[in-house]
Design a binder for this molecule. Sequence first.
Ligand code: UDP
Length: 345
Amino acid sequence: MDCTIALVGAGGFVGSHLLWALLERTPWKILAVDLDFHRLQNLRSQKDSRVEFLLADIAEPQIIQMVSQCEIVVNLAAICTPSRYMSEALAVIESNFSHPAALADACAKTGSWLVYFSTSEVYGKTTLATEVLDEDASDFIQGSVKASRWSYAVAKQLSERYIAAIPNLKYSVVRPFNFIGPWMDFMPGVDGDGIPRVLANFSSALVQNEPMVLVNGGEARRSFTSIHDAVDFMFCLFENREKAYGEAFNVGNAKNELSIRELAVLMRRIYARILSVPEEKLSPFKELSGEAYYGEGYEDSLRRIPSVKKSKSLLGFEAKIPLEEALEESLRWFHAHYTSECKRS
Ligand code: UDP
């Protein structure tokens, strides 16, 4: 199939992996939109005629018009780091509701298929007793307005509801469950500021031999998903588009569930193996409360396990990569990339 596809947020962690895979696996033409392409510097210098890079903001109406001309529009652009949900709630709501809503309106007019990246955080303030989260049956529970951690979840939920309510819009919603892999987020003080998500933050601490911070004792649990499984999901979606219209899909690996404390222990063990040093040589953990680490208004989801039934039955997708393999790949990448970045800076 000859096709044009727009990747809004192509320069980000997920977008950049997806872009490379599209080039390898399809003959499609790609419109790559973002405010920053540092992850794709090599590709940009190759000047591949199938990719048009657009350094632009989706907040601009003319960019929305241009993007909505493509047959498939994948919207990945979002502020999606929890440390920003408290201090920048307004920007979080604009980026996760206002801009996606405007893009969805434009796609409804052109007839493009909108693939919208939402979040597993829509399920909200889960407890340790929460079981498998089902796309169409689980409730969404958020904390009070003062707990602005939930600004992101609520904006994403509203954008999902808005998209679902637009007459004649062809759309599918993706809810990622903690994707991990090379190029995730940033290293604080080296190529970004603030607190990245847990994989990047723990990797940064290990590479710099500083303590990994366990928020609230690291009791929260997550199911981690390799970015390569996430990319494979997207191809199952592209191949089954008629079945995917009007559906939301969890994308996750229920087998890769563990507590954040267990994650810290596992990452330390793997990193010691990579360095060929005894674990005791690496920095010990440090415990902090969520409010002390992230600021006032921080609350947490305590457990997130995806139901994977729908993506398997409708799209034939099943995540395969075990946690230890995904962590080792990520840690090897962080080690190689940032030891040279740190030397350079
Ligand atoms: N977390 C932690 N230490 C860190 C970063 C995160 O203990 O350095 C915890 C955080 O409180 C949450 C979990 O790890 O319980 C996952 O956080 P992340 O920022 O990756 O994103 P989330 O899954 O909450 O969207």
